[in-house]
Design a protein around this ligand. Structure first.
Ligand SMILES: [Zn+2]
Length: 257
């Protein structure tokens, strides 16, 4: 089965930029991890995950250079990557680099993978935002880092939010809705829906609103791909599969000259 990779149409003009939101299609994993599981931490066979990583790199066109991932812990720590040989960045939920030839990867199954690009300076970032990361405002933190430490203007940043669980499928309790509303007020309120006395959260819309409030023009924030809870054939979903499932990867990096 062929690997699927969703791209941002508005980014196709950046010829040296490699990016994409990959799904579960293709790959060699089986059972609950079928097929393109790219996480070594979910109980899948390490050898198979390694093969998946190789297949995936070939399919998207990474012929030299590393894919850097991190041990995601639902926090707001963002690491800057300078070492081209690094494969694992340690405990973090965001990666950033100014160097070409380094491909940043986020692993998800319902949480929002967020890719950032500053085309003029070739700076990129990749962030993992579940509800906890969203509460801490990791997306806004990435913007702040770009502004304060990389001399970027908000108008120069473009952001894409990938396949993640939307309000159709993401039922939440008060333990989630209350802290989100306390932290984000109306921004969170407008992303929380009630149906049949149940409460649902649109995690992607909330991150989009947070990014807009952080200064990024609406026209430079893109949502790509479906709800992971709905798209059973195409994406892993932690909630739909009741926790035992794989992780799909979202990638961004500038090819080396
Ligand atoms: Zn859904």
């Amino acid at each position: 089965m062929e690997i699927t990779c969703l791209r941002v149409p508005q980014w196709e003009k950046y010829h040296e930029l490699l990016h994409g939101f990959l799904g579960r299609r293709g790959g060699r994993s089986s059972g609950p991890y079928a097929g393109l599981n790219l996480s070594f931490r979910v109980g899948d066979d390490d050898h198979v995950v390694k093969d998946n990583m190789c297949d995936m790199k070939g399919a998207v066109g990474i012929h030299s250079g590393r894919v850097v991932t991190m041990t995601q812990v639902h926090g707001d720590h963002i690491v800057e990557i300078k070492d081209r040989n690094l494969k694992e960045a340690g405990e973090a939920d965001g990666l950033l680099t100014e160097q070409s030839g380094i491909y940043l990867g986020v692993l998800t199954a319902d949480c929002v993978p967020i890719l950032f690009v500053v085309p003029a300076q070739k700076v990129i970032a990749a962030v993992h935002a579940g509800w906890r990361g969203t509460m801490t405002g990791i997306a806004a933190k990435a913007v702040k880092l770009l502004l304060e430490e990389h001399s970027v203007l908000p108008s120069e940043i473009e952001v894409a939010l990938g396949p993640s669980i939307d309000a159709c499928c993401y039922e939440i309790g008060e333990d989630v809705s209350r802290p989100l509303i306390e932290k984000w007020g109306d921004l969170a309120g407008s992303c929380i829906q009630t149906r049949d006395r149940r409460t649902y959260l649109h995690l992607r819309n909330l991150n989009q609103a947070i990014l807009h409030r952080a200064g990024i023009p609406e026209s430079q924030i893109f949502q790509i791909g479906p709800c992971t809870g709905c798209a059973q054939e195409d994406f892993f979903s932690y909630r739909r599969e009741k926790k035992e499932t794989g992780r799909q990867i979202s990638l961004i990096g500038w090819h080396s000259q």
